[in-house]
Design a protein around this ligand. Sequence first.
Ligand code: FE
Length: 206
Amino acid sequence: MNEKVMRNLSYGLFVLTVKDRDGAKDTGCIVNTVTQVTTTPNRITVAVNKGNYTAERILATKKFAVSVLDTSVKFDLFERFGFHSGRDTDKFRDFHSWDTASNGCAFLTAGANGYLCCKVENVLDLGSHYLFIAEVTDGAVLSRNESCTYAYYHANVKPKPQTDAAGQTVWRCTICGYEYKGEELPPDFICPVCKHPASDFEKVGK
Ligand code: FE
């Protein structure tokens, strides 16, 4: 099988938000796996890597919000929510573009054209990921901007490849943009951010 065919599937991009452990703070991550699966009741599914702190918090609290990213989104939002773990980072620190949804979870008020409040009904253990099946209990449209697809992110939001200033070889994760510096990328390397393998890295410079 040609695995590259999987890249022909199209996806949206979303910030998935949940209450942090003390219930007072919020955390979240970037996902591309939100899909509406039924209309009556209105249900979505979202798959989240088990290594993500957000997955742990959704398992514990059974509720979350989904902000639908739009084409006004800037790369720093992906850096904030996608390139660190909420386990050791306060992702909402010095961040003001958010408000609280009716289920108590945070949603973004900039870079997103709408949000959904979700209540978990079922969880499937898929090995590397949990698949959350959730009822949409509330939501709102925030702007008329077009949604940001995964393809739009790669073409317009993600920084373009550039050679490292020190002349070092750089390998960039084609999925999330994480950069590994070193002459050879170890074949068993796993992206620390999005957990994709070495085969999803491209050599971008020397
Ligand atoms: Fe990655």
